[in-house]
Design a protein around this ligand. Structure first.
Ligand SMILES: *[C@@H]1O[C@H](CO)[C@@H](O)[C@H](O)[C@H]1NC(C)=O
Ligand SMILES: *[C@@H]1O[C@H](CO)[C@@H](O)[C@H](O)[C@H]1NC(C)=O
Ligand SMILES: *[C@@H]1O[C@H](CO)[C@@H](O)[C@H](O)[C@H]1NC(C)=O
Ligand SMILES: *[C@@H]1O[C@H](CO)[C@@H](O)[C@H](O)[C@H]1NC(C)=O
Ligand SMILES: *[C@@H]1O[C@H](CO)[C@@H](O)[C@H](O)[C@H]1NC(C)=O
Ligand SMILES: *[C@@H]1O[C@H](CO)[C@@H](O)[C@H](O)[C@H]1NC(C)=O
Ligand SMILES: *[C@@H]1O[C@H](CO)[C@@H](O)[C@H](O)[C@H]1NC(C)=O
Ligand SMILES: *[C@@H]1O[C@H](CO)[C@@H](O)[C@H](O)[C@H]1NC(C)=O
Ligand SMILES: *[C@@H]1O[C@H](CO)[C@@H](O)[C@H](O)[C@H]1NC(C)=O
Length: 409
């Protein structure tokens, strides 16, 4: 990894530093900042009290220790320079470090291993964070990396020695590899969305019985959703959207009684849509779009309307029973015929008389659609209608013309 280049440090910084130290000592009622840490901040701080500072690009918080306070959290926003030696003197006490929107920054050379929280959002675009580098943060409880490139052969490299991690976000970071075979931790939140993960949804994930949210959307994961998914009984949010999962939705999903948010869209799931979702009291958001589900949608209108979000479009074999669900819900799937098969949504070719009666029934509530789909008869009606309206127009025109000529005379 490239060494982050130091900024030139003009002499007046020393002067400002001295001033800060004096003012901080005089004005602060609590104990002063540890002089070594104060020195480390010389380039970052411009206000009189470095603790509780809200400089535009750096936010700092400190503990209340005696005789010297220590910096516990440091947050950089929109920063384009971070002097290479800044973090080293902070390394024993710093618990939280975050970078927000610092794309041109290089990752700091010395990451304090004391950290409990590390975040990087839209940062380090020129020099990716390496997995080995992150793996040194053995006391982390929260790791949040998003829109920040990562260089690692897989997640196991990063998590291998982080027993206390509970919240893991590693999204939009080009993370390759598979889901690790084991997790040595008690994770409650996992977001690995929008990466390059492949392979199956391993059982290791379903052993994390404290999980409340799992987002694996937008990867290349494949295979079936394991039946053991039902072991994650605390799960509230589950997204497996935009992967290559296939097979059926396992019945064990019905054990996820806390589930509020389920997104399985954009996979190759098939079989019938399970009826049990309508009995899941907490469910608010259900997305089953763009799969290969087939058969009759087993829900009535009151269930669908109760949800805040419901989508099933993009399942060409799926249809709704139009005696229990109105076309007005605009589900994006075809209504069923009496055999439970979707009626073709495109205008049918010339049908025999025997079937046309049935079709009329099915489109009863949808007058417009019926007209469109009734084929050749419609064209005649349309032609007559146009002819008639022209005739009416012509008559009105002639009457007006006659009146006008009378008046003008
Ligand atoms: C610093 O700013 C953030 C929001 O920008 C605010 O929530 C926080 O209370 C501020 N801290 C201090 C010490 O002013
Ligand atoms: C950081 O930059 C973004 C856009 O570049 C801007 O919207 C935001 O207000 C900036 N934040 C700070 C703290 O300067
Ligand atoms: C991790 O945390 C423990 C307990 O707070 C502490 O004793 C230990 O020194 C920390 N390890 C590192 C590498 O900072
Ligand atoms: C991490 O967990 C271990 C045991 O699980 C514990 O001894 C240690 O204190 C924890 N570290 C922190 C920083 O909480
Ligand atoms: C996970 O939690 C269980 C009980 O909740 C505990 O016994 C175990 O030590 C924890 N494991 C780690 C790695 O923190
Ligand atoms: C679940 O997802 C929703 C919407 O994305 C979010 O508001 C909520 O905080 C998430 N809940 C959990 C437990 O992650
Ligand atoms: C999962 O992640 C995607 C992409 O980051 C996001 O759009 C979606 O809201 C998340 N879903 C849940 C349930 O948290
Ligand atoms: C709709 O379905 C739900 C769940 O299956 C059921 O409890 C409810 O009674 C049904 N409502 C009507 C109007 O059929
Ligand atoms: C549609 O629902 C009605 C009333 O519940 C039922 O009699 C009919 O068999 C259903 N049609 C299909 C195709 O499932």
């Amino acid at each position: 990894m490239k060494q982050p280049h130091s900024q030139p440090q003009p002499r007046f910084h020393l002067f400002i530093l001295l001033l800060i130290a004096i003012i901080a000592t005089v004005s602060s009622s609590s104990s002063p900042l540890d002089p070594k840490q104060l020195k480390a901040l010389k380039i970052l701080t411009v206000t009189k009290d470095p603790c509780n500072n809200n400089h535009s690009s750096t936010t700092i918080t400190c503990d209340d220790a005696n005789p010297f306070r220590h910096i516990t959290s440091l947050s950089f926003k929109n920063s384009s320079s971070l002097p290479s030696k800044t973090l080293k003197p902070l390394s024993k006490t710093l618990l939280s470090l975050s970078f927000l929107n610092c794309p041109s920054l290089s990752p700091p050379k010395h990451l304090p291993t004391s950290l409990h929280t590390f975040s990087s959002l839209s940062s380090f675009h020129r020099h990716p964070l390496s997995g080995v580098y992150l793996a040194r943060l053995i006391n982390l409880t929260t790791l949040t990396i998003s829109s920040t490139p990562i260089k690692a052969s897989g997640l196991y490299v990063i998590l291998g020695n982080m027993p206390n991690i509970t919240t893991l976000t590693l999204s939009s970071s080009n993370l390759p590899g598979k889901i690790p075979k084991t997790f040595h931790s008690n994770l409650t939140h996992i977001d690995l969305s929008n990466n390059l993960l492949r392979g199956s949804l391993r059982r290791s994930i379903t052993l994390l019985t404290n999980l409340e949210s799992l987002n694996l959307s937008r990867n290349s994961l494949s295979g079936e959703i394991p039946n053991s998914i039902g072991d994650l009984t605390l799960l509230k949010n589950l997204s497996l959207a935009s992967n290559r999962f296939s097979g059926l939705i396992p019945n064990s999903v019905s054990y996820l009684s806390q589930l509020t948010h389920l997104d399985l869209s954009g996979n190759k799931l098939n079989g019938v849509v399970p009826r049990f979702f309508s009995g899941m009291e907490s469910l608010k958001h259900l997305n089953l779009a763009d799969n290969s589900f087939r058969g009759v949608l087993p829900y009535n209108e009151s269930f669908i309307k109760k949800l805040e979000f419901f989508q099933v479009r993009g399942n060409s074999g799926l249809c709704y029973n139009n005696t229990v669900v109105s076309w007005k819900l605009n589900l994006g799937i075809a209504p069923c015929d009496k055999y439970g098969l979707p009626l073709s949504p495109s205008p049918p070719r010339k049908e025999e008389d025997s079937t046309s009666e049935e079709e009329e029934d099915d489109y009863d509530e949808d007058g417009d659609k019926k007209e469109e789909e009734d084929g050749s008869d419609n064209k005649i009606v349309l032609g007559v209608a146009i002819g008639l309206s022209w005739l009416v127009f012509l008559i009105v025109f002639l009457i007006l013309l006659a009146k006008w000529s009378v008046v003008s005379k």
